[in-house]
Structure formats: structure tokens, C-alpha cells
Design a protein around this ligand. Sequence first.
Ligand code: NAG
Ligand code: NAG
Ligand code: NAG
Ligand code: NAG
Ligand code: NAG
Length: 443
Amino acid sequence: MQCSWKFMVLLAVASIAIQYTAIRTFSTSRLGLLCLVGLAPTGHAVNCSPKDLAQVTSETLEGYGCDDIFSHTSSSFPLHTFDAKNRTHILILATTRSGSSFVGQLFNQHPEVFYLFEPLYHVQLALLPRLTQSRNLTERRAMLGAAKDLLRSLYHCHLNSLESYIQPRPAKHSTDKLFRRGASRSLCSPPVCEASLDPKEQSLVLADEGECVRKCGPLNVSLAADVCRAKRHAAIKTVRIPQITDLRALIEDPRLNLKVVQLVRDPRGILASRIETFRDTYRLWRLWRATGRRPHNLDLGQINTVCEDFLRSVSTGLARPPWLKGRYMLLRYEDLARFPLEKTRELYSFLGLVLDHSVEDWIINNTRGSSDPSSRQKFTTARDSAANAENWRVKLSFDMVVYTQTACQPLLGLLGYKTVFHPRELRNLSQSLVEDRRFLPFH
Ligand SMILES: *[C@@H]1O[C@H](CO)[C@@H](O)[C@H](O)[C@H]1NC(C)=O
Ligand SMILES: *[C@@H]1O[C@H](CO)[C@@H](O)[C@H](O)[C@H]1NC(C)=O
Ligand SMILES: *[C@@H]1O[C@H](CO)[C@@H](O)[C@H](O)[C@H]1NC(C)=O
Ligand SMILES: *[C@@H]1O[C@H](CO)[C@@H](O)[C@H](O)[C@H]1NC(C)=O
Ligand SMILES: *[C@@H]1O[C@H](CO)[C@@H](O)[C@H](O)[C@H]1NC(C)=O
């Protein structure tokens, strides 16, 4: 069943397959796949014989599984580079404005974790340049094959796979175009960044993303890959994977030892935060707030997509299917905001990693009380976190809240976010709208 819709997706967006193919090196089966959809590029000696097609079809539908339609990396490089058993690979599955930068820091600050901030940005930009905010499910899913392929490579420290998507294409494995390079400590510290050899420089470079980019010079991707290999673990944060089931093939891959932390947040909080951040995209919502009248052409899909993706993922996770055993943890942003240290300890215990004191120090410095202005800029959501997590209650109008909670009703119930029925209830911050719930990982 899963196969058939994925196949439809493939047919519908074959043009993406072609771009993807142009980006990566050709492999027989992929060419076969293009034959299959009648889109084999001319100028290549492709034999679209029935035999080839049969082979590709069976390979696609059975051998690789449909999840891996685009994924051919497994044959293009050796996978047993290191002892997978000792290496934990972490994925932060999130959506924009759900607190994912903060959660990313909980790994970025760990000296034994190689952390990458949103590498899939480059996949989206290369394959769907005009659709950076695409909510079209068909289109989003079309990117997934490429995205998963890249994730697998990155966890194995084949960072050069990422080069294929960076524009302009890096020469000699050197680039200054890596998205948010400064968000990754490993990429701003020696040996990747020699500018920060002086301890004073180093703390400056690590405290400020812009400083890292300015002081460290172009990124040597080969060197970064060496560092990735030298670290015990790797963590990747992404807002570009819609649902947990999209990751099933990676989770089930024993070589990968992948553990997923799904970060969720009250959709009303996400909405309020997006309205502030993505001012153009959410212009009509601001208009609604300003005028008190809902614009007729308001794009309701913007919030519906979040709620649908969350609902499907969380329902799957809470149903505890065998393939998620020991591999899935649900984390509510509000809980992390209220109990950052306690929740971080839970997180590390789920991952089976030792929580380093530098992570704890970072939490203490960045959750409340610190007066360091550079970190305040970046983590306003983290600062005085408990209050901030619920400050949407004074930022959205009552109508907007009612609309959102109606659209997202089943999700709110599932995650323990209370609905409000009266403006007085909404604005009375002494009453939390977050129910006490524990979502424990299962083993
Ligand atoms: C792998 O982990 C085990 C147990 O934690 C440890 O004894 C062993 O030394 C580790 N191996 C390597 C290569 O790090
Ligand atoms: C989504 O994208 C597909 C492929 O580009 C297109 O056929 C379909 O009409 C789009 N759906 C919506 C709702 O825009
Ligand atoms: C990048 O680092 C590698 C070592 O991993 C080195 O051999 C190479 O010369 C460096 N490239 C540049 C452009 O500095
Ligand atoms: C926390 O703040 C103290 C004092 O400003 C500073 O010395 C220390 O390096 C900070 N630690 C982290 C991990 O940010
Ligand atoms: C806010 O809620 C608290 C706790 O339920 C209640 O005691 C208080 O009277 C409420 N304040 C207002 C202004 O309604």
C-alpha cells in the first residue's frame, strides 16, 4: 500500500528525479527508474529493455523497499567505516519555531557529538528552489528520497555528499556557502577552524555564528569529515522531514543505530512564533490580528500541515510499533522550557549517552538569569523559558486561538494541551494550558 502511493509520487514529480539524478552520479538502477517513467535523459546510453525494467521494478519494490526508491548510496560507498555499535546517531525531528535550535544545542555543546544544523536545507534549495515553504504534500514527499539518502551519508561522515547540493558547487572540497555553518561548534573549532586557536578568539567565534563565518574562512569539507569520524556520535537537526514514518527505512537500518527525538510544541505557540518570524509568509495572519477580522484568503494550510504531521507522527510513536522500540522519544518543548535540566537528563538517558557538564553549563547559562547579550539574541525562546513557552497567549487574538485549536483539536488532546473557551481563560497566565503528562520512551 505504501508502495503504491510512493510510486504515484514518483511519477508525478519525475522532474525532481531528473534533477536529483543530474546532481548525483548515475547508477544503473536509477537510469532504469527513469526509463520506467519514460524520462530517461537523452544523450546517455541507456538500455530501457523490458529486462532492465523488470529488474529495476523488483529491486525497487522488494530489494530496496519503496522507501529507498531514490536511495542508492548504500552501494556507492563502504558502510563499515566504523563500529556502528558504539556510535549513536541522533535525529531531531522538528518543525520551524518549535524550539529545535535549542534542542540542537543540547547536542552541539557536547564535546563528543558532531552536530549539523539543518543540512537538508541544501537539498530543498537544489531540488525545489521556489518552494522553500512548500506545504504541498506531494512535492514535499518527492524530496524525501534524496533527503534520506543524504542523511544516511552524513551520519557516515560522507560530508562530500552534501557538496553536490551546495550552490555554487564547492571547488576542491572548500565552501563558504554551508547553511548556518556557524551553528555547529565542530565546524568553528580547531582543526576545522584554525582562526580560533587563540582561546579568546575561540570563545568569540563559538558565541556568534557570524564571527565563525567571518573568522574561519571557507569550510574545508574533507577536514570536517575527519572531525566527524573522530567524534563518538553524530546529531542532525531537521525541520524538513514531515513524519516519523518517513524515517522508517533509516530507523530499521541496523548499521545506522539511529535514534529520533521528536520535538513537538503547542501549535498555537508555533503559530504565534511564526507570525513574528516569517513576516511575509504569515502576513495575512498579522492582518487578522491587527484588524480583528479574518482575511478571506488566509492560508489555513499553514497551520493544518503542522497539526497533521504532528498528529500522524505522534500517533505512530505512541502506538509503540516494534520498529520504534528504543528508537523514539517524544519531547514537548514546553516541558523542556519548564524543566530544562531534568528533561535533558531524560533525553541523554534515552540515547544511552553520558551527559557532559558542558551541556549542563550551557543550559544553566542559557535558560535564565544570564546577562550575556550575544546568547540572549539567539535564544530568546530559551531565556526565561517557562514564561516564553506560553507567551503566545498574549500574542494571538482569541479568535485566532479558537480557530487554531479547532483545527488541531485531536492533536491538542493527544499531547495534553488544553483548549480555552473564554478570553479570560486565555490571558490568565497563572493557569498553565499544558497538562502534566509523561511521554516515556519505550524499550
Ligand atoms: C565500544 O563500547 C564498549 C562498551 O561501551 C567499550 O568497551 C569499547 O571499548 C568500545 N569500543 C571502541 C572501539 O570504542
Ligand atoms: C502538488 O504538487 C503536485 C506536483 O507538482 C501537483 O500535481 C498538485 O496539483 C499539487 N497539489 C496542490 C494541492 O497544489
Ligand atoms: C583540507 O584538508 C585536507 C586534510 O583533511 C588537506 O589535505 C587539504 O589540503 C585541505 N584543503 C584545503 C583547500 O585547504
Ligand atoms: C557559562 O557562563 C560562564 C560565565 O559567563 C562562562 O565562563 C562559561 O564559559 C559559560 N559556559 C558555557 C558552556 O556557555
Ligand atoms: C486566574 O486563575 C487563577 C487560578 O485558577 C484564579 O485564582 C484567578 O482568580 C484568575 N484570575 C483572573 C483575573 O481571572
